[in-house]
Design a protein around this ligand. Structure first.
Ligand code: HEC
Length: 177
């Protein structure tokens, strides 16, 4: 009888420890919830155009900003904040002169999309619960193989820099009609 009682106690103790561990690790996951994306959102290259932009200086790129269906609908209807599921993609290419096109024009005037720089593919994904700490937006930057290509510390800089457009839900790009 004593042995059975001991056994029961042992089982209860093990179960208790296991339950505690599960709770502890769930809590740890909450604390370290990622503010950045780990995977490239599928199908982004088929999304619709929001606008284009050109950065000078060191970046010297030309970029297209695309939105998935939820993002485009929100843009067109002026819905703010963007609803969960909205994704904005920003694709950049080096801004290069086109000799081929310039020959046709007879002077230097054509600039086109060149190679893809390391910052070529960025995303903002709206999930107000998962990314609550960063305005509901998860930020991502990926290399050609679809791997996040910045250290975690750098991803922490994405959201603070988007603060000036807080009243547009942290999105700089305006819809170009
Ligand atoms: C130095 C400030 C700064 C930092 C840091 C920054 N951004 Fe931005 N981001 C901007 C500005 C300004 C624009 C608009 C640029 C333009 O269109 O010329 C922009 C645009 C974007 C866009 C297009 C949607 C929009 O808001 O217009 C995405 C997507 C984006 N950034 C993602 C990121 C990600 C991911 C990171 C972190 C890896 C990041 N940004 C870090 C300033 C910043």
């Amino acid at each position: 009888m004593k042995r059975i009682a001991f056994l029961l106690l042992a089982v209860a103790t093990v179960a208790g420890v296991a339950a505690y561990r599960t709770r502890a690790s769930a809590h740890a996951n909450e604390d370290t919830a990622p503010i950045f994306l780990t995977d490239v959102p599928p199908g982004y290259r088929d999304w619709r155009l929001v606008s284009v932009a050109h950065e000078e200086g060191e970046l010297n790129d030309i970029r297209a900003i695309l939105g998935n269906d939820i993002a485009i609908k929100a843009y067109r209807e002026g819905t703010l904040p963007f609803p969960d599921g909205a994704i904005i993609a920003r694709i950049a290419w080096k801004y290069v002169p086109s000799e081929e096109n310039d020959k046709v024009f007879g002077r230097r005037q054509s600039f086109v999309a060149g190679s893809t720089p390391s910052w070529g593919l960025q995303f903002m994904v709206k999930d107000s619960k998962k990314y609550a700490a960063t305005g509901g937006w998860g930020f991502g930057q990926f290399d050609k193989d679809g791997k996040p290509n910045l250290p975690e510390a750098v991803f922490k800089k994405c959201f603070p820099c988007h603060q000036p457009v807080k009243d547009r839900d942290f999105v700089f790009t305006r819809y170009a009609p």
